[in-house]
Design a protein around this ligand. Structure first.
Ligand code: DGY
Length: 310
């Protein structure tokens, strides 16, 4: 009996090719192409990227589907409830991208607080006139509070990094129980959002996008942040109200913003391009070779397990 696996794209490393050795019917067809739609009708498993939403109607076209794999830890682009109803397994890639994503959040934090992009542009422009006492002054981090939305693996990994810089990590998460968070070298307080926000010199987003977290950083919540706060988002764009953040950044209220994700990406609101002290990256959180290979490995193993044929 043949087992059909449909992937929208090759993955980094050999894992997908190796899977194709064991399942010769594995097919790669671009997302929403004619070939993809035709293969979907026969597929027992499909693999998509985080930028490729699967809709409930797609499942109606896939009567044999047993598993959907996403080359990401985030599953907000998948019809989770419908999959549960239909007994379709969802495979994602938790754990293996924790350090890479936390590293990138730290990169954004340091770049935004030390005005790295502006400094680099100045040197490249050939117009740098030399050291000056007040040139491109940034924001110091030691001793300040870093608010972290989400106390999962990535939130804790980010906490370890900012703790090493002398910051005090505090947490908010969805479970609402305010017990402390052990992030390894130390323990951070977990507190209600309204209590946490007024203390934050830095606020970093590390929670999944769910119905509960969509837009949670709205205009009202953002107004609780102290002047000069730096916001880092490596989670999902629409956890925060981008236009409200943009207003606060353009008005000079926020100290800076570091973004790896955008509401409606890959479209990016052009107001970000002219925003002062915004560091903008193209969703690179998990983009190291080691991490992307590990994600592919985990995903392919999960698909094979869900198919239960080996
Ligand atoms: C994921 O895998 O969901 C992350 O957004 C990668 O950066």
């Amino acid at each position: 009996m043949t087992t059909r696996i449909l992937s929208t794209s090759p993955l980094v490393g050999r894992s997908l090719q190796d899977l194709g050795q064991r399942y010769p019917d594995l097919c790669i067809a671009p997302y929403r192409s004619v070939a993809w739609r035709m293969e979907l009708a026969k597929a027992e498993a499909m693999i998509v990227l985080l930028s490729e939403p699967v809709r409930e109607q797609d499942l109606e076209m896939a009567p044999n589907l047993k598993a959907i794999g996403t080359y990401s830890v985030g599953v907000n682009h998948l019809p989770i409830k419908k999959c549960e109803e239909l007994g379709i397994a969802i495979i994602n890639t938790p754990g293996v991208l924790t350090d890479a994503t936390a590293d990138l959040a730290l990169t954004l934090l340091l770049a935004a607080t030390r005005r790295v992009a502006e400094g680099e542009a100045l040197v490249r422009s050939g117009k740098w006139k030399g050291w000056a006492p007040d040139q491109l002054l940034g924001i110091g981090l030691a001793g300040k509070v870093c608010g972290i939305l989400g106390s999962g693996a990535i939130g804790k990994a980010f906490a370890r990094r900012v703790w090493a810089l002398g910051m005090k990590p505090v947490f908010w998460d969805r479970d609402g129980k305010n017990h402390p968070v052990d992030f390894g070298p130390s323990i951070g307080r977990r507190m209600p959002l309204k209590e946490m926000l007024p203390q934050c010199a830095v606020l970093s987003l590390h929670c999944p996008l769910t119905d509960e977290t969509r837009g949670i950083l709205d205009r009202k919540m953002l107004s609780l942040l102290p002047q000069g706060t730096v916001i880092i988002n490596t989670a999902r764009g629409n956890i925060m109200d981008e236009s409200a953040v943009l207003e606060k950044l353009h008005s000079g209220y926020l100290g800076g913003v570091g973004l790896d994700v955008y509401d409606g990406e890959p479209e990016v609101n052009p107001a970000w391009f002219t925003a002062p002290n915004a560091v903008l990256l193209p969703h690179l959180g998990s983009a190291t070779r080691e991490t992307r290979e590990a994600m592919a490995r985990l995903l392919c193993e999960g698909i094979e397990k869900a198919l239960g044929t080996h």
